[in-house]
Each structure stands twice: as structure tokens, then as C-alpha cells.
Design a protein around this ligand. Structure first.
Ligand SMILES: *Cc1c(COP(=O)(O)O)cnc(C)c1O
Length: 501
């Protein structure tokens, strides 16, 4: 079988890595998956003694089948080692109590999305070259808050690529919104949508799937793509830090070679935790992947019962990047556990679309037994932030706090002594109000003043990208209804095409 990426909904759709990265979503609405993932076995000796970038090289080389070694090296250098991240290594692993926090928020926008979105623009530019294409790319992105800013930052002023970001107007934090609205770059556009994240994501998927529009665009040499975690180019960079944490624990003598570890992942769209699953398929010794949800616990229910049901109340929580009822990347897990069966996946996805729910068979669920799932409500999340701070002086953002609470429930239930890494997805300062109020109680102060107070009272510092954000001028002022997202894209496109002419 030829190494290719095929759609989760049809094996007749076969593309190269570059094509998959540029297209984002398969034309039948499925997601691209490498048909060779279960054939890759990465030799553990390839990882010891390596830094983050060198590990990334090994992993990318296994997946990006039409990229040269130089293309991969340059992308890694540009993304992770050219001053975009705070420290020498892009991520940090910290031991707090009996557990480890893998801090993925030291990039330009203070959330883990930077791990993938600093490198995706390099992948796309090289993919255009690999395809010998003279197309321009328009990136269409729906965001629950963090992807938007990270994608804008990654793609701003990249030649031949423009980006439009849609976010749910009342579904992101003040800081998240301000980060997006102040984004510089002629090739960027930000639009607030009157709806929630699922509406926004569905809107984007519909536009990406509109074949009429795609034809129109082809005439002007423009190709749509996506920076959401449905893009395989977004997913692969996330595999790296699972390996990195493992070998870091090994280096520190916390585990012995081959010993299994757990990861707890605060989950929304199921992208991050799926990357952990892919890491395990590549041979990383994983005991459990613990899927942590906030009050929107559609995934917890799924892993406990096999029924996925989005017909339920939607909650706005203090962890907005996980306020999601349709976890797109679950489709890739279903594909793998069905033994790469596009028929099964298509049927389940059809049911999800038509009736809002589906029931996965017992056989499928048994194959997904690497996963454990749990949930934390708003009170428990706040309590978790306070407890850890009171006990250790460590600050967690609400997403990470959801994971921490679910881990504690898991410990109580199982007594599992396995070493555990909590994937820490955002800087506490990105959600400063929630963090402050969880520890010190309600405050009347405005969101920005509260960041200063949080720093003062906890003796920590505001990360540079979030400092003085309130003094920056808004550059974007667009808002629209769900039904008008299409029109917003067309009008931005007109602007961009004029600019190029
Ligand atoms: C996006 C995001 C998540 C959820 O990640 P998924 O890959 O969508 O599951 C969790 N925490 C933060 C801070 C995020 O930005």
C-alpha cells in the first residue's frame, strides 16, 4: 500500500502530506489520516539525549512523506528556536506535588495552540512549493478563543496566505477577544459571530465544503484551507510534546525505560488528546489517556456509555476553549478503532449530523480502552485552582484546573500509582479573572487591573504578550450573524484579491 493520507470517510480519497495540509478538510467532509500510522514504530533510542526540536525532526520525518529533511529542519528552527518562545526549549515540565505539569503556554499567545500554529505556516508555505502550485491560500478558522489568536499570529504577513478568523462573540474571555482584535497584518481579518463555537465551526465547515464556491475560487487561484485541529498539519506538531515529556521524565530518573505513564488532557475538540493517542500508536509507553471535560461533558458521557449526544444544554464556562459539543477529532479516533473502516465512520457522522447523536458499538469502545474520562464543574474547577495554589503556590489556568480535578478523581477511583503528566494548556494570566476570583474571591476591578493585582498577590509575573494589552488599539471591528459568515468571507476575499492585483 502506498503511503498516503486518506479521508476518514473514503479510502478513494488519497493525498500526500502537502496536499492534506493545504486542503485541511477532505472533500467528502472527512478528516485526513495517515494510512501508515500503525506501521510507524519509532525506536526509543532515537529520542534519548535529544532536545525538543530534534525529537520533532524524528516525528515529522515519519509523517511528512513529501517533505525534505531541510524543509523540516528549517520549519522547526523558525517556529521553536527563533525567539517566538520565552525560553530556550518551547515547553517546560514542572513537578508539583506528586504530578507533573507540562506547560505548553510559553509561546507568543500564551496557550498551547502556539505549539502547532507557530509551525503550521511553515508547513503550508513548503506544501505550496512541494505541490508546485501558484495558488494563494485563504485560511478559514473558527475559534473558541485560543486558536484564533495563535493562527493570526502565525500567519500574519506570511506571503501568499491570508487568514479570516470567526469567534463566538459572547463566548471568549475579554483578554482573548482583545488579543484577536488588536492583531496586525494586512492579510488578517477577525469577525465576531452572533452564536456559540459549534455554530461558528459548522459555518466554517460548510464554507470549506461548498463546491460551487471552491470552483469560483479556483478561477482566481485561491485555495481554502483550515488552521483548526481538523488540519493534519496542526495535529502532528502536538505529538512531539508527548514524547518530550516522556524522555524528560526518563532523563530526570523519574521513570525507567519502557515504564508506562499517564497523561491528563483538558479536552474540547479532541485534537490535543488525539495527538497523545497517536504518540501511543507510535510506540510511546502510555498507560492511560485521561480525557478531562468541563460542564460540557459530552466526551465523558461518550467514554462511559458509548453514546455521543450533542442534544443537551450548552454551558458557558470559565474554560471557554473547551465549551464544545462537537469534538471534531473524535472522528479520527473512531476511524482508528474501527480498523480504518470509512463505512462505519461515515454512518456515525451521518447520524451525528442528522439526529445529533450516535451509539458506537461495544467492540469499538473496547478498542478505545486506553481512555479514561471525567468532568469538573465550575465550582470544582475554582476549588482546584485554589487548593493547588494554597498548597504549593502554583497557578493553574481554568482549563488545566479541570484536568487537575479529573486527575484527583481518577486517583481516588483507581489508586493508580503510575507517574502522571497533566497537560497544561494556557497561562493563568490568559484567564486572569477566573484565576484571581477562584483564589481571592470576587473583584469589581476591570480585567486588566486584575492581572496586575494577581501578579502582585501571587508573586508571579504577567507574560510579556499579555502586558499592556489594554493600551493597544483595536484593528478589527467586524461582526456578523451565523448566516452571514459566507458573505464575510467573500468580502474579505475581494479585498485580498484586489490587493494582489
Ligand atoms: C484549545 C484548548 C483546549 C482544548 O484542546 P482540544 O485540542 O480542542 O481538545 C484546552 N485548553 C486550552 C487552553 C485550549 O486553548
Amino acid at each position: 500500500m502506498k503511503k498516503a493520507y486518506n479521508s476518514t470517510r473514503s479510502k478513494d480519497i488519497n493525498v500526500s502530506a502537502s496536499q492534506g495540509i493545504l486542503q485541511g478538510l477532505a472533500p467528502d467532509g472527512g478528516l485526513f489520516v495517515p494510512n501508515f500510522i500503525r506501521d510507524i514504530q519509532l525506536d526509543p533510542t532515537k529520542f534519548s539525549g535529544k532536545n525538543y526540536g530534534e525529537m520533532a525532526e524524528v516525528i515529522f520525518a515519519a509523517f511528512l512523506n513529501d517533505f525534505s529533511e531541510k524543509q523540516i529542519k528549517d520549519a522547526i528552527q523558525g517556529a521553536y528556536y527563533s525567539g517566538k518562545f520565552e525560553e530556550k526549549e518551547p515547553v517546560a515540565l514542572k513537578k508539583i506535588k506528586d504530578r507533573f505539569f507540562l506547560e505548553l503556554f510559553h509561546g507568543p499567545t500564551c496557550a498551547f495552540k502556539d505549539m502547532a500554529l507557530t509551525i503550521l505556516p511553515y508547513f503550508m508555505v513548503e506544501s505550496i512549493k512541494n505541490m508546485k502550485s501558484d495558488n494563494k491560500i485563504l485560511i478559514l478558522t473558527a475559534t473558541s478563543g485560543d486558536t484564533g489568536k495563535a493562527a493570526l499570529e502565525g500567519f500574519a504577513n506570511v506571503p501568499d496566505i491570508s487568514i479570516i478568523v470567526f469567534y463566538p462573540q459572547d463566548g471568549v474571555s475579554t483578554i482573548q477577544e482583545k488579543q484577536m482584535l488588536t492583531q496586525a497584518g494586512d492579510n488578517t481579518c477577525v469577525v465576531g459571530v452572533n452564536g456559540n463555537f459549534d455554530d461558528t465551526q459548522n459555518g466554517v465547515k460548510e464554507i470549506l465544503n461548498d463546491s460551487q464556491l471552491a470552483k469560483e475560487l479556483e478561477k482566481s487561484n485561491v485555495l481554502f484551507s483550515s488552521a483548526n485541529s481538523i488540519n493534519i498539519g496542526r495535529l502532528l506538531p502536538q505529538v512531539v510534546y508527548y514524547f518530550y515529556s516522556y524522555y524528560e521524565l526518563l532523563k530526570r530518573g523519574e521513570i525507567t525505560a519502557g515504564e508506562k505513564i499517564n497523561f491528563v488532557v483538558p479536552t474540547g475538540n479532541f485534537g490535543n488528546i488525539l495527538a497523545g493517542y497517536y504518540a501511543s500508536l507510535l510506540g510511546l509507553p502510555v498507560n492511560k489517556l485521561i480525557c478531562a471535560s468541563n460542564a460540557n461533558k459530552v466526551l465523558t458521557d461518550f467514554f462511559k456509555t458509548g453514546t455521543y449526544d450533542r442534544n443537551r444544554e450548552f454551558y458557558k464556562t470559565s474554560s471557554p476553549s473547551m465549551d464544545i459539543l462537537i469534538s471534531s477529532n473524535l472522528e479520527r479516533l473512531l476511524y482508528d478503532v474501527s480498523g480504518s473502516d470509512p463505512k462505519t465512520v461515515s454512518q456515525l457522522m451521518e447520524e451525528l449530523k442528522d439526529q445529533g447523536n450516535y451509539q458506537a458499538s461495544k467492540a469499538l469502545m473496547e478498542k478505545a480502552d486506553l481512555f479514561y474520562a471525567g468532568t469538573a464543574d465550575e465550582t470544582q474547577t475554582a476549588q482546584s485552582i485554589k487548593n493547588i495554589f494554597d498548597e504549593t503556590h502554583y497557578l493553574m489556568d481554568p482549563h488545566t484546573a479541570v484536568a487537575n480535578k479529573v486527575y484527583e478523581d481518577y486517583l481516588k477511583e483507581t489508586g493508580d500509582p503510575t507517574k502522571t503528566v497533566i497537560v497544561s494548556t494556557a497561562s493563568p494570566y490568559k484567564f486572569g479573572r477566573s484565576v484571581y476570583e477562584s483564589i481571592f474571591g470576587p473583584s469589581e476591578m476591570d480585567d486588566y487591573a486584575l492581572l496586575d493585582l494577581l501578579a502582585q498577590k501571587t508573586d508571579t509575573s504577567i507574560p510579556l504578550p499579555l502586558k499592556d494589552l489594554d493600551k493597544k488599539e483595536n484593528k478589527h471591528h467586524n461582526q456578523c450573524e451565523k448566516a452571514d459568515m459566507f458573505r464575510a468571507v467573500l468580502s474579505f476575499l475581494d479585498q485580498q484579491v484586489e490587493k494582489h492585483d
